[in-house]
Design a protein around this ligand. Structure first.
Ligand code: BGC
Length: 681
């Protein structure tokens, strides 16, 4: 063979991975399983020259064999890249979609798949090869700081929604990374915390949703978590990554680490963790040394390298896709809005308070009414081009915000803008502090406006868990505002609506009797204000249902005894340290509640009442649902809209746990649809 032919043979193609593998030197192999470092993630701050500034990571290229570096980017609610670039007048914004908890509240894999396809398309056009999403850990406890990125307390719902998301993104020829595998249910001490979970519980709850996503949607990659699982870092856990994931579930893709390097390189390779991100040169040296000393078999390294190459050949970068840097953002906004509209949950609606009458004058209380929180903070943050606030959304639907109050809040937000820090530029920031509103101001509003909306907003994110005071619970100031608003508006025969602009569950039982209606808007993405307004005015009939239980009291939850709800240590991106290994709920967390997660516990006799149960959500119309018909593995039901307006309905079979579910299309009054419900295995 001539030199030219040899060279061609060894240039990576889809069908010559083995030849290329055998042409690689040990150093090259080691460099392929170690990412290219923090440069692309920090490019927005330090102006490094990288293909996609703000992407979380990359792999390393080997040009002599035609192996390109590929680009990995966060995250669940949209693509997270830097919106501005050195030397360019152009902007590189990405659509801010609703958070995971809202997507699962749609109970509609079809809309989630459309969201995934839109995100995948933006990734493709910006030059991203693998999207580091969806986040899909079980919402074990409401205080987990990253619950907003996750889907549900139930593994079937979580798995089905995740599978839809993966299918959507991957339909664009871009990969996903289902994360964080596994049992990563708290942020406190996240690099070291040991989740101690019995195997049957793991399999039935914490692995089950990943199994569904893997089997049904074949994500290109899986991201192993930061935490330990029963004593072993998941990134080094051969049982988890090789026996269960690959052996039992038939997974053929790549496993990468979460973003840390403090693990044993050989143990990771031996476990089947193929790619160390973000990657450090010292890891390459370490791997070479270990192979040379016989501590790591080169064949184990080869298995990981093969999977890296198998991933590389699937990517747009490898295929030479000509990224446009101009995704059609305008066509994705309606997808973000529709998803938000389907996932907003109507929790209370006494005496048909909602929809609001056309032309109403509404007193909007709460900073969140003017500064909507579109999503959470951390790697799940998205640099979106805009966020439509609730006030703006209502104005567009013909509702007038009561001016004196709007002016007061706007002035307050101007004087107290969201805090900026080194990381907030990359990872988002909490909103402005709440404004204390005096009684005479509320009185004046009650005299003039037709009704009141009180928005309660909560921000949370990666690197820290939430707290009980002023977070899960209302702050004293919020409680006073709500009480006085209800008292003074009710005295005038006017109604009060609460809008919850939250990433996770909050306490509702102590105050839910006060207002006339409650709308759970979650963090609804950049189109959130519009979506909320269309629900509030009845342009859209609410059809979201809770993917998680709202308990009466935090301590009613069995997991509350095994969660760091009062931890006062570090809450930062690098949360925790090895020093705390022996501290209960910090160094280790016993999942002593076993299968008693969420509604699985509250459905049992003799357990406390809940404030709003799993699956709950009201509508502006009514439905009749036939008895389920079972034939083989399929369950079907017929749903009829028996009410006055068009709407969608969710059907779920809880026996005693969620067995199957489905959602209708938009049914006109009198219209029926026979649904075949979705189940697993
Ligand atoms: C997060 C991941 C994320 C990664 C890259 C980590 O800190 O846990 O979810 O994908 O950073 O940004």
């Amino acid at each position: 063979m001539g030199t030219m032919a040899m060279a061609q043979e060894r240039t990576l193609r889809q069908d010559n991975i083995d030849e290329v593998l055998s042409a690689l030197t040990l150093r090259e192999k080691a460099s392929l399983v170690v990412g290219a470092g923090y440069k692309s993630m920090l490019a927005g701050i330090f102006r490094f020259d990288v293909p996609v500034p703000g992407a979380a990571g990359m792999t390393r290229a080997i040009p002599r064999l035609g192996i390109p570096a590929i680009v990995l980017s966060d995250g669940p609610a949209g693509v997270r890249i830097e919106p501005r670039r050195k030397g360019s007048e152009d902007s590189f914004y990405c659509t801010g979609f609703p958070i995971g908890s809202l997507l699962s509240s749609t109970w509609n894999p079809e809309i989630v798949e459309r969201v995934g396809a839109a995100i995948g398309n933006e990734a493709l056009e910006y030059g991203v090869d693998v999207l580091l999403a969806p986040g899909m850990n079980i919402q074990r406890n409401p205080l987990c700081g990253r619950n907003f990125e996750y889907f549900s307390e139930d593994p079937l719902l979580s798995g089905k929604i995740a599978a839809a998301y993966v299918r959507g993104v991957q339909s664009q020829g871009v990969g996903t990374s289902v994360k964080h595998f596994a049992a990563n249910n708290q942020e406190t001490n996240r690099f070291w915390n040991d989740s101690r979970v019995a195997e049957d519980v793991l399999r039935e709850i914490y692995l089950r949703n990943f199994e569904i996503a893997v089997r049904e949607a074949a994500p290109w990659t899986v991201m192993a978590s930061y935490n330990r699982l029963n004593g072993i870092h998941t990134q080094e856990d051969k049982w988890l990554l090789t026996e269960v994931l690959r052996g039992e579930w038939g997974y053929e893709g790549l496993v990468m680490t979460d973003w840390t390097e403090k693990r044993n390189t050989a143990a990771q390779i031996q476990a089947g963790c193929d790619l160390m991100e973000p990657g450090k040169k010292s890891q390459i040296k370490d791997l070479i040394r270990k192979v040379r000393k016989g501590e790591l078999a080169e064949s184990d390294l080869d298995s990981c390298v093969r999977r890296v190459l198998e991933l590389v050949v699937k990517t747009p970068t490898f295929k030479g896709y000509p990224r446009s840097l101009k995704p059609d953002l305008a066509s994705h906004s309606p997808v973000a809005r529709e998803a938000a509209e389907e996932g907003i949950v109507l929790l209370k609606n006494d005496r048909a308070t909602l929809p609001m009458a056309e032309g109403s004058l509404v007193a909007l209380f709460g900073v969140g009414s003017y500064q909507l929180l579109a999503g959470g903070t951390g790697s799940g943050h998205v640099h979106r081009p805009y966020v439509i606030g609730l006030d703006e959304g209502l104005r567009n639907e013909g509702i007038t915000p009561y001016h004196p109050l709007a002016d007061l809040y706007r002035e307050h937000i101007r004087a107290h803008p969201p805090k900026k820090s080194f990381t907030s530029k990359m990872l988002g920031s909490p909103g402005s502090p709440e404004l204390p509103v005096l009684r005479p101001t509320i009185e004046a509003a009650a005299a003039s406006a037709d009704l009141a909306v009180v928005t309660i907003a909560r921000q949370a994110g990666e690197g820290g868990d939430r707290h009980l005071e002023d977070d899960f619970l209302l702050s004293d100031q919020e409680r006073r505002l709500l009480e006085e608003t209800c008292e003074l508006f009710h005295a005038k025969g006017k109604k009060v609506v609460v809008v919850l602009n939250v990433g996770g569950v909050i306490e509702t039982a102590s105050w839910k009797l006060l207002p006339d209606a409650i709308v759970l808007g979650w963090q609804p993405g950049q189109e959130g204000g519009k979506a909320l307004a269309r629900i509030l005015t009845g342009a859209v009939c609410p059809s979201g249902k809770l993917p998680v239980t709202f308990p009466v009291d935090y301590f009613d939850l069995p997991s509350s005894a095994h969660f760091p709800y009062n931890y006062v240590g570090r809450g930062s991106m690098s949360a925790g340290s090895e020093k705390e290994n022996n501290v209960e709920n910090v160094g280790y967390t016993d999942y002593a509640e076993g299968l008693d997660v969420g509604y699985r516990y509250f459905a049992k006799p003799g357990t406390p009442e809940v404030s709003f149960p799993f699956g709950f959500g009201l509508s502006y119309t009514t439905f009749s649902i036939s008895e389920p018909l079972r034939s083989g593995n399929t369950i079907s039901v017929t749903v009829t809209n028996t009410g006055p307006v068009a709407g969608k309905e969710v059907v779920m079979i809880l026996d005693p746990v969620l067995q199957a579910f489905g959602k209708t299309h938009l049914l006109q009054p009198g219209e029926s649809e026979t649904l075949e419900l979705l189940s697993f295995l």
